[in-house]
Design a protein around this ligand. Sequence first.
Ligand SMILES: Cc1cc2nc3c(=O)[nH]c(=O)nc-3n(C[C@H](O)[C@H](O)[C@H](O)COP(=O)(O)OP(=O)(O)OC[C@H]3O[C@@H](n4cnc5c(N)ncnc54)[C@H](O)[C@@H]3O)c2cc1C
Length: 245
Amino acid sequence: MSQVKLNIKLLEMTQNAISIIYAACRQCYSTKFAGEIFEEKKDDMKKQEEFIKKVVKSGHESPLEHVKFTFAIEGVSRALTHQLVRHRIASYSQQSQRYVKETNFDYIIPPSIEEDETLRDEFVKVMGKIQTSYNKILKKFKEKGIVGEKANQDVRFILPQAAETKIVVTMNCRELLHFFEQRCCARAQWEIRNLANKMLEICKEHLPAVFSNAGAKCERLGYCPEGRKFTCGKYPLKEDVIKKR
Ligand SMILES: Cc1cc2nc3c(=O)[nH]c(=O)nc-3n(C[C@H](O)[C@H](O)[C@H](O)COP(=O)(O)OP(=O)(O)OC[C@H]3O[C@@H](n4cnc5c(N)ncnc54)[C@H](O)[C@@H]3O)c2cc1C
């Protein structure tokens, strides 16, 4: 068992993403069939990208639902995935603590604990104790004839939220924009914010027409909707912007 860090890999994104979004947008306003529009404009990337940028800016977001990204993620805590799966417009496949034994579990150490030697030592000691007890309970279960998933599903109750997990996530572009608005914000918890920022980097690289201006909600709004107590100060507060009008 040891400390691990975030690792993220883009498994796949929808092919011909730009032309699909473009054809879907155009279908709304055209007498033509999207199938024709898709073929006609396929080679004029610049025109399609410019059009999509305008559409995203205007808030006409449903055409973005036709394009999705699939990420493989590891080196994150169960505390993170508990927050991640609250985003309902997405698909998830997570490593199971019933089917996969945790006889040598890895864990995530929060930076506030890692940077302090005394706290770090305490943290690592507790992880070791949990591991010892986990293995002891599994052994006792075996003597009683309780094995496999029946044993795993109960002994996992003593595992910490820090326990490392792996998950595959698929989100469409509209949901990704929403996810970034919430989770790239300085108010979001540090671990999911790190993940969201990494996912955003990947999305920007692969589909800048949609994601070049994406990020925390203040990036779109031009002001901070959080209260004075919580703002990071990057943008003026909503209340201050309204007062000035
Ligand atoms: C800083 C921060 C602090 C948080 N603190 C807490 C907390 O203390 N406790 C807690 O429980 N959660 C907390 N959350 C989680 C939060 O309440 C949401 O559950 C989570 O962020 C998912 O957001 P969502 O529902 O907008 O997203 P998604 O589930 O991805 O939904 C996307 C959008 O689809 C629409 N939608 C989806 N499902 C429905 C539905 N059933 N009905 C109507 N519209 C729907 C909504 O417009 C929604 O915004 C926190 C989140 C953040 C970012």
